[in-house]
Design a protein around this ligand. Structure first.
Ligand SMILES: C[S@@+](CC[C@H](N)C(=O)[O-])C[C@H]1O[C@@H](n2cnc3c(N)ncnc32)[C@H](O)[C@@H]1O
Length: 279
């Protein structure tokens, strides 16, 4: 019989010897998730007996983590703006930068948007969060990937929100006008894919590669968005941290009244907010 504290120390050592970064934090996360307890509970009740029926699953989780599988895929869950989303290898794991995209976007809205489009929705984390935060808005979520849309639909069902899901290569199958188009599109340069960590490499390529330059999909979005935005409507984009100046050049002053580049909490160029002219 082992105590929770003993198991925690054992997993930390195993992960550490296997070269897994932040072994203690990962070990704590694994135990919290498997036992359904908070970090405080795990640390405070370390002398409790670790349930033997959980040993097999614990060993499997640790093995998968050592093999480089992200914990979010192992446990099929990721937290986004404090809400739990189902995730697996069909979708990108939602990132904290994208939470900030939503918070910044919401703070800029002058009124509740009637129609919102989440382009490149993946797990649906952006569109579903906005649907929950703005219950009066009609939200459309689109993605080129049918498997990703299956995940997004599952998340919408779990969070009990009605979303219009459309499979579409960017705007190709979309119709109508929106007050807000928001997107975290793929923005990694093709050549940079080999430099990604083993865990990030397990996420879908389609969700990562933004073309040879990394900005091709973003450029297409900026060029087509005006046709789908109402007058005065806003485009909110997450972009690669070194692409700000280049992306700003895609905006035509004849069409857009204002386009601004903003930084994320790490101080990196990360978001563009642009407004279509009113007249
Ligand atoms: C960076 S992920 C973002 C997922 C999610 N919105 C998030 O923030 O976690 C980009 C998503 O864009 C989708 N995608 C890639 N190319 C696309 C295209 N041409 N048209 C529509 N969606 C595309 C991918 O399938 C992927 O789900």
């Amino acid at each position: 019989m082992k105590t929770v504290k003993q198991v925690l120390s054992e997993i930390t050592n195993i992960l550490d010897s296997a070269g897994v970064a932040e072994s203690a934090a990962n070990a704590e996360f694994i135990l919290c998730t498997l036992l359904g307890k908070s970090r405080t509970e795990i640390l405070a009740f370390g002398s409790a007996v670790f349930p033997s029926e959980k040993e097999e699953i614990l060993n499997s989780v640790v093995e998968q983590k050592i093999d480089g599988r992200p914990l979010e895929y192992i446990f099929n869950s990721a937290y986004f703006l404090s809400r739990k989303f189902y995730v697996d290898e069909r979708v990108l794991i939602p990132r904290p930068e994208t939470e900030e995209l939503i918070l910044k976007t919401q703070s800029k809205l002058k009124h509740v948007p009637k129609n919102i489009l989440d382009l490149c929705t993946g797990s649906g984390c952006i569109g579903i969060s906005l649907a929950l935060n703005c219950p009066k808005s009609k939200v459309t979520c689109s993605d080129i990937s049918a498997p990703a849309l299956q995940v997004a639909k599952q998340n919408a069902k779990t969070h009990k929100v009605e979303i219009n899901f459309i499979e579409s290569d960017l705007f190709n199958n979309l119709q109508g006008k929106f007050d807000l188009i928001i997107s975290n599109p793929p923005y990694i340069k093709e050549a940079d894919i080999s430099t990604l960590s083993a865990e990030v490499k397990q996420e879908p390529r389609l969700a990562q590669i933004g073309g040879k330059e990394g900005t091709e999909i973003i450029e297409k979005i900026i060029i087509s968005a005006p046709e789908f935005l109402k007058k005065g409507g806003m485009l909110a984009l997450e972009i690669g941290d070194k692409e700000g100046k280049k992306v700003l050049q895609f905006f035509s002053r004849d069409i857009w009244s204002n386009f601004i580049l903003e930084h994320d909490f790490a101080g990196l160029e990360r978001y563009i907010f642009a407004y279509i002219k009113e007249i």
